[in-house]
Design a protein around this ligand. Sequence first.
Ligand code: PEP
Length: 253
Amino acid sequence: MANRKPVVAANWKMNGDRQLVKQFIEIVHAAEVTNNVDVVLSPPATLLDYANTTRLGQKADIILSAQSISELSSGAYTGELSANMFKDVGCTWVYCGHSERRHIFGESSEVVAKKFIQAQKNGLTPVLCVGETEEERKKGKAFSRLTSQIEAVINLAGKDCFQNAIFAYEPVWAIGTGKAATPEIAQEAHKFIRGMIAAMRQESAESIRILYGGSVTPDNAVELFSQPDIDGGLIGGAALRPLDFVKICQAAT
Ligand code: PEP
């Protein structure tokens, strides 16, 4: 994993409540994993303020991430939440282009790129999520899909945009299905992504952290995270079970 500090991020999606936030923070702190791993919590937006004050009451070492932001700054956009609003409740990171945003809510790669820019412009670190569908993989189009998703961001944000960003490779067929990618398949995709960044800027490629997401559990985490280009994980289902999540963090060290 070179010199890159591993990241393990909890994506709760539309799940969780205050009680789970409190339990999660207590269990992560008791396990003392944050010295060696960047631990990220992204509960639903309504729980972020509570998560922020709860983590501050203990230690402020858990990073808070928004699950998505608006591509717009402020104004008459009912229901939208801006980058600055998330900063106000302690967020420093945001996911851009999670597959559920792309596939269920129809976010195009161009909209994802606008959100990526909005994040960086407002001082949030974007976690750019990319990944191919099962059909694209079967047709041998996995890498062309990754290329088009990444190029959409480069086209709008420029070649230097990955100096302060994180990647998450999340094959759509592995998210929430219990069918994680094999370590070999995941490593091949991570190496491809790092190679694309290296072609533009070598230093960014060496320092950028690329997370794997898709049915990570305490049972498969060690093997996945021991691949040379995998720098941790983006965890959905298992992140709702704090004891399992902590085991996944320990697998990243
Ligand atoms: C995710 O939500 O990004 C994810 C990877 O979910 P799961 O771990 O449940 O597959």
